[in-house]
Design a protein around this ligand. Structure first.
Ligand SMILES: Cc1cc2nc3c(=O)[nH]c(=O)nc-3n(C[C@H](O)[C@H](O)[C@H](O)COP(=O)(O)OP(=O)(O)OC[C@H]3O[C@@H](n4cnc5c(N)ncnc54)[C@H](O)[C@@H]3O)c2cc1C
Length: 434
């Protein structure tokens, strides 16, 4: 009998023939070895069929594993299914941090890396970039260790859409824990944001702009506070106080009460603002780790564009504002540093990302999304692998210079396509030719 599993947004029902929750590595190896085709589900936060399968599905939540920190090497080796919130609090307790986090901390690390998930910050690449090594169960049930230092295929193996095997552990670079204070500016006119894009996005360690494209934008500025200067926020004296935020900036006003990314929504689930310093993992995500929404009445799409085309991209979306706004809950603009991972949506280029949280009605959203794609694809847009896009596999594949290398990697490592579901086979067919 098939088991039905629903994704977080409730728009995808996964119907695997069999769902497995292995409790040991050897059980996982046996399941993979015996399966005809197999996929892994992370925390189910993707909005499309990337994790879906009609065959065997593996969930890793019963697999034991611990966070092993190597303080000297500045790395942590962690079980693949760990949620970012748990990993973050374990690292922070030991005096360490990940360099960045996405907006929601409930996502699994392996799922985030498999799809190129990112946060914001001119100097911050996506979450897959700090991955230094992977332990993977391959098609024969064999355990393979890959590392940045010794595996030539490593740049193709981290953002891998779940197609190379079951990742059981990741080793990631870590940094000393750090402090962030966030301020929100409301009422920034979009023309001002477009004209002063670099000023806006260089104002903090991580900056996000939220807008509905017909009104103004709010700017969420997350600034790193130097160690020992926490009490000086607001510039109340001392040797190196962090500069006090301007009350008026880029045509907007500094908020004196907490905000939600969607204006008017209750703010108690949002991370603390108003410049109150706090640990990185309690400020970089927009939502508090202790608030765990079990499902969301929304769809999401996101496009990664070369940062050099940010002004054009924002201008075309602004022009489409009246088409988008009726089906949009909120949009978020972020910046991401380049990395060298083959299928990373910010591979090889400093990036601006345009994110859309839609109403949960794909039929109503389709005309707006289709109009967006028509404008953004010619500017070099790459769709988020885990979100809704309409343009199809050929357009998505064409946006990646290293797509052919990834195809060859899959054909070498998994010639039978054991780990390829329909979503991946459409992009990277078994046997190679499109
Ligand atoms: C509310 C919300 C907020 C979000 N915010 C952001 C954001 O700020 N930035 C951003 O970039 N994205 C964001 N996303 C998208 C999300 O990060 C991605 O969809 C991510 O893939 C979800 O991780 P997951 O663990 O749920 O993966 P799943 O959706 O479960 O799976 C995604 C892919 O990862 C593969 N996978 C998972 N685990 C393994 C493993 N152990 N081995 C091999 N493959 C594996 C699956 O097979 C599948 O192909 C958000 C999503 C939601 C719902």
């Amino acid at each position: 009998m098939t088991e039905q599993i629903r994704n977080w947004a409730g728009n995808i029902d996964l119907r695997p023939a069999r769902a497995h929750r292995p409790a040991t590595l050897s059980e996982l190896q046996r399941i993979v070895a015996e399966a005809n085709r197999v996929r892994v589900l992370g925390s189910g936060h993707s909005f499309n069929r990337i994790a879906d399968t009609r065959d065997d599905l593996v969930l890793l939540d019963a697999l034991p594993g611990d966070v092993e920190i190597d303080a000297e090497a500045r790395t942590a080796t962690v079980p693949a299914g760990i949620r970012l919130a748990e990993l973050a609090s374990r690292l922070h307790a030991a005096g360490f941090a990940l360099a960045n986090l996405p907006s929601l901390p409930h996502i699994s690390l392996a799922g985030a890396c498999a799809t190129g998930t990112h946060g914001s910050g001119d100097a911050n690449p996506g979450l897959a970039a700090p991955v230094r090594a992977l332990r993977i169960v391959g098609p024969a049930g064999d355990v393979v260790e890959l590392s940045r230092d010794s595996s030539p295929d490593f740049p193709g193996s981290v953002v891998a859409l779940g197609a190379l095997g079951v990742v059981t552990h990741l080793t990631v670079d870590i940094v000393p824990t750090f402090t962030i204070a966030q301020h929100v500016y409301e009422g920034v006119p979009l023309p001002e944001l477009m004209a002063d894009f670099d000023t806006a996005f260089s104002a903090g360690y991580s900056v996000s702009a939220f807008t509905d494209w017909v009104g103004t934008a709010s700017l969420w500025v997350k600034r790193q506070i130097p160690a020992g200067a926490q009490h000086l926020v607001g510039g109340q004296g001392g040797q190196h106080p962090p500069a006090a935020p301007e009350p008026d900036w880029l045509g907007g006003r500094l908020m004196d009460r907490p905000a939600h990314p969607i204006p008017g929504m209750p703010t108690e689930n949002c991370t603390e603002q108003l410049g109150v310093p706090g640990p990185w993992h309690e400020r970089l995500p927009h939502f508090r780790p202790e608030f765990t929404p079990s499902s969301g009445a929304e769809l999401q799409s996101e496009f990664f564009l070369p940062r050099t085309r940010a002004a054009e991209a924002l201008a075309v979306v602004h022009k489409l504002g009246p088409v988008i706004a009726p089906v949009l809950q909120i949009s978020e603009v972020r910046t991401v540093a380049a990395d060298d991972l083959w299928l990373s949506p910010s591979s090889g280029r400093a990036t601006v990302t345009l994110h859309f949280t839609w109403s949960p009605d794909l039929t109503a959203v389709t005309p707006a999304l289709s109009a967006l794609e028509q404008e953004l694809l010619p500017l070099g847009a790459r769709p988020h692998w885990g979100k809704v896009f309409l343009s199809g596999p050929a357009a998505a594949r064409a946006a990646y210079e290293k797509a052919d290398d990834f195809q060859q990697l899959l054909d070498r490592q998994d010639p039978e396509g054991k780990f390829r579901n329909d979503f991946v086979r459409d992009l990277f067919p078994v046997g190679g030719a499109l």
